[in-house]
Design a protein around this ligand. Structure first.
Ligand code: ZN
Length: 413
C-alpha cells in the first residue's frame, strides 16, 4: 500500500510561503493568483511559481468558475480536495475509531475496533495499527493517496514526541504511538490529546470555524477541555492545559481518581451521574430506570438517565439538573479566567439537551462576571460521533496548511 502514497507532497510543504498560499486558497478559494498575492503580500512572480508547484503536486487545481467581468473568464484556484485523503484516529477508553477523509473534511470511510481486556502497550498499538490498516484498505477503491495520520488519544499526551504519557482508562504509560505508526505506514503521524484534537477539528470544520478564542469541553466518562487562544491550540508548559476535569468544584466532594476531592469529573462525569441516581433509588425514590436494569442499579449509566429524563422520570431529571449546576460552576470558572467567545460542549452531556443546559445557563448567569458572560455563547458540538477522529485528521491538515499554527496566512509570513 505504501508505494502509492506520495509522502513527498507532504514533506514538500515545508516552505512557509507555499503553506501560506495553500491556506489562502483553502480559506478564500476559488481565488485568483492576483488576489493571493494581495492577501499573502508575496510578489506576483513568487505566487505564480509556488502555485505552479502546488498544481504539480495536485493539491491545487485551476477552475474557471469565476464570474467574467466582460473580458476573459478569470482563472481561479481551489484546493483539489478529493485528490488526497487524510486519516483520523480516536483512541478512546474502550475502542479505537479510524476514519479517512478528503481535504475538505468529508469523511470517506470509517472503522471501529474494541480493545481486548487488560491490553499491554504492544497490543494497544496493534489494535491501533489494524484499525488504520482496515480503514485505508476500505478507502483504496476510492482514493489511494494518503497524506498523513492524526491520532486523538485520551489521557496525557506529549504531542512533540507523539507519546501517550498516561492513558488512565487502559492504565498504560509511555506508549510510542507516533514511532509505531510511522514505522508501520511510512506516513507522517501527529498525536494529540483527544479533546485538544477535537478543539482543532471544531475550528476547521465545526462550530469554532472563524472564531479566535473558544473552548471545547468534553463531558463523558472523563471531563476535559481543548482551548483555542488567538487561533492557536493552547497546550500549556507540559501539555496538560485544559484538564478542567480536575479543577475543584466542592472541596468536600467525592474522592477523584487523581487523589483529590470534589474535582469537576467526580461531579459531572458519567460515573458521577450513575452514582447520584443509585443513591436516590437507595433512598427510596421511584425511578423507571430501576425496572430497566431489573433492580441491578450498578448497571445505570448516563445514557439511561438521558433517556429516562425525556420520559419524565423525576430521579433522572434531578440528577441531570444537578449535573448542569455543577458543570455551570466549572464553566463559570473557565469563562472568568479565559473570556472566550464560545464554549462548545460535546460528549454524553450533549444528549441531555435542555435537562442539563437550562440549569447550566442559570448557574452561569449567577456566577460569571457580566462582561465575559455577555460575550460568550454556549453551543453543542455538531461534529457528532466522529468528532475526535475528525480532530485527528485536522492535526495533519493543520500541519500541511499552516505550519505555524492556525493563524491566517498573512501572519505567518
Ligand atoms: Zn481529579
Amino acid at each position: 500500500m505504501s508505494e502509492s502514497i506520495p509522502v513527498g507532497s507532504f514533506q514538500g510543504m515545508k516552505s512557509l510561503n507555499k503553506s501560506a498560499i495553500l491556506n489562502v486558497v483553502r480559506q478564500y478559494g476559488p481565488i485568483s493568483r492576483a488576489k493571493i498575492a494581495k492577501l499573502t503580500k508575496l510578489t506576483p512572480p513568487t505566487v505564480t511559481n509556488l502555485v505552479g508547484e502546488l498544481i504539480e503536486s495536485h493539491l491545487v487545481v485551476e477552475s474557471t468558475l469565476g464570474e467574467s467581468t466582460g473580458g476573459r473568464k478569470p482563472i481561479l484556484l481551489r484546493i483539489n480536495s478529493s485528490a488526497f485523503c487524510v486519516i483520523g484516529v480516536y483512541a478512546g477508553a474502550k475502542r479505537v475509531k479510524a476514519v479517512t477523509a478528503h481535504l475538505d473534511g468529508k469523511v470517506v470511510q470509517q472503522v471501529e475496533m474494541k480493545y481486548s481486556d487488560n491490553q499491554t502497550s504492544e497490543q494497544f498499538l496493534l489494535t491501533l495499527e489494524s484499525a488504520v490498516e482496515k480503514v485505508m484498505q476500505s478507502t483504496l477503491p476510492i482514493q489511494e493517496s494518503f497524506l498523513g495520520i492524526g491520532v486523538g488519544m485520551h489521557g496525557l499526551v506529549d504531542p512533540e514526541q507523539g507519546l501517550s504519557l498516561f492513558a488512565p482508562h487502559l492504565n498504560l504509560r509511555h506508549i510510542p504511538i507516533k514511532a509505531a505508526l510511522e514505522k508501520r505506514f511510512k506516513l507522517p503521524v501527529e498525536v494529540e490529546n483527544d479533546v485538544r484534537a477535537q478543539a482543532l477539528g471544531e475550528s476547521w470544520f465545526g462550530k469554532g470555524a472563524g472564531i479566535s478564542n473558544f473552548i471545547c469541553v468534553h463531558v463523558g466518562t472523563g471531563v476535559g477541555a481543548g482551548i483555542i487562544i488567538d487561533n492557536k491550540l493552547y497546550r500549556g508548559t507540559s501539555f496538560t492545559a485544559g484538564e478542567i476535569g480536575h479543577t475543584t468544584i466542592d472541596s468536600n466532594g467525592p474522592r477523584c481518581s487523581c487523589g483529590n476531592y470534589g474535582c469537576l469529573e467526580t461531579m459531572v462525569g458519567g460515573a458521577a451521574l450513575a452514582r447520584r441516581a443509585q443513591q436516590a433509588i437507595r433512598y427510596g425514590k421511584e425511578s423507571m430506570i430501576e425496572e430497566w436494569v431489573a433492580g441491578d442499579i450498578e448497571k445505570i449509566d448516563g445514557e439511561m438517565l438521558c433517556r429516562a429524563a425525556k420520559l419524565g422520570d423525576p430521579v433522572a431529571i434531578e440528577v441531570l439538573a444537578d449535573t448542569g449546576r455543577y458543570l455551570g460552576i466549572g464553566l463559570a470558572n473557565l469563562i472568568n479566567t479565559l473570556n472566550p467567545a464560545l464554549i462548545i460542549l460535546s460528549g454524553g452531556v450533549s444528549r441531555a439537551e435542555h435537562f442539563i443546559l437550562k440549569p447550566l445557563l442559570k448557574t452561569l448567569e449567577k456566577r460569571t462576571l457580566t462582561k465575559p458572560a455577555d460575550a460568550v455563547t454556549i453551543a453543542i458540538s455538531e461534529l457528532g460521533e466522529n468528532a475526535i477522529a475528525i480532530g485527528g485528521f485536522t492535526l495533519v491538515l493543520n500541519k500541511l496548511f499552516t505550519p505555524a499554527g492556525l493563524g491566517d496566512a498573512v501572519e505567518i509570513i
